[in-house]
Design a protein around this ligand. Structure first.
Ligand code: SIN
Length: 282
């Protein structure tokens, strides 16, 4: 794709590109079309030095689709559409510190997430991304065929529920709540056909996938662990260094992400909006 009104600089051969030369508050029609192309081409796009109020963040998100409000994250005061991703200096656990894709525990998972950096530590706190197109396309033909016949069970309960991961640490208090809003198990194909690009992508993740449909957790574990190791090969990933005013917008159907927790004693505050998606099919 040749871009005429924006500059698009790939981060790595795996996924991710920085979009330069734009103000996301004032995109021309042509720039908007090209930003959409960049998003589709790279799975995750980044903007730097943007000045976005919460209202402008919401307006930018609505250009992509309706907002899917996260039911567990503490919202930004006065803006229920925006989830706060916060870590205070005295807290040791971060949010999103393991490979995952947002909302795979929903029947219709969020299509994308737009994360705006508000306060970042002097160093550390990067976010890593991995391409699930690359993960799928580089599996051997036989395994691809096997996976195409499978579906997997995902859930929110073991992470956000009354006895879930976030209840095991007092640190979630004030950051993650609403445990009674868990909906439990949902089923998605293990290989999805991306609703816009039509490309096939691997759609299981270490945070929310429990097992293959019809398989026990014990039987599922070796194959899932093989897929997780494969999917995070460095060649499929990129890593983004944040500064205040940076924005990342990732496609939850084409990528995983991981928030590095290497800034103990420092504060990091991000604002996240999830854009609604659709039910996924093979
Ligand atoms: C998330 O997992 O959505 C947050 C990622 C981050 O804070 O870098």
């Amino acid at each position: 794709m040749t871009y005429e009104t924006i500059e698009v600089r790939r981060l790595t051969g795996g996924c991710g590109a920085e979009v330069l030369g734009v103000d996301v508050n004032a995109l021309s029609n042509r720039q908007w079309q090209e930003v959409r192309h960049a998003f589709a081409d790279h799975g995750v796009i980044f903007f730097r030095d943007q000045s976005l109020t919460p209202e402008q963040h919401i307006a930018f998100a609505r250009r992509w689709g309706p907002i899917d409000i996260n039911r567990f994250f503490k919202p930004v005061e006065g803006h229920p559409e925006i989830a706060e991703v916060r870590k205070e200096p005295e807290q040791t656990a971060n949010i999103g510190g393991g490979w995952h894709t947002d909302h795979s525990y929903d029947e219709a998972p969020a299509m994308g997430s737009i994360l705006v950096a508000r306060e970042v530590p002097p160093d550390g706190g990067d976010t890593l991304f991995a391409s699930m197109y690359a993960a799928y396309e580089t599996l051997s033909e036989g395994l691809r065929r096997t996976l195409e016949g499978l579906r997997a069970i995902h859930s929110d309960a073991h992470v956000f529920g009354p006895r879930g991961y976030h209840k095991t640490t007092g640190e979630a208090v004030g950051r993650i709540g609403n445990a009674d809003a868990v909906r439990g198990e949902v089923v998605h194909p293990v290989v999805i056909r991306h609703p816009e690009s039509g490309r096939k992508a691997l759609y299981v993740n270490p945070a929310f996938t429990l097992r293959f449909e019809g398989w026990s957790e014990a039987d599922s574990k070796p194959l899932l662990e093989h897929l997780y190791r494969h999917a995070t090969r460095p060649e499929f990933t990129c890593r983004f260094r944040w500064a205040p005013g940076s924005i990342a917008f990732w496609d939850n159907r084409a990528t995983w992400h991981y928030a590095a927790n290497d800034y103990q004693g420092e504060r990091r505050l991000m604002h996240r909006i999830t854009v609604a998606g659709c039910k996924l099919s093979a």
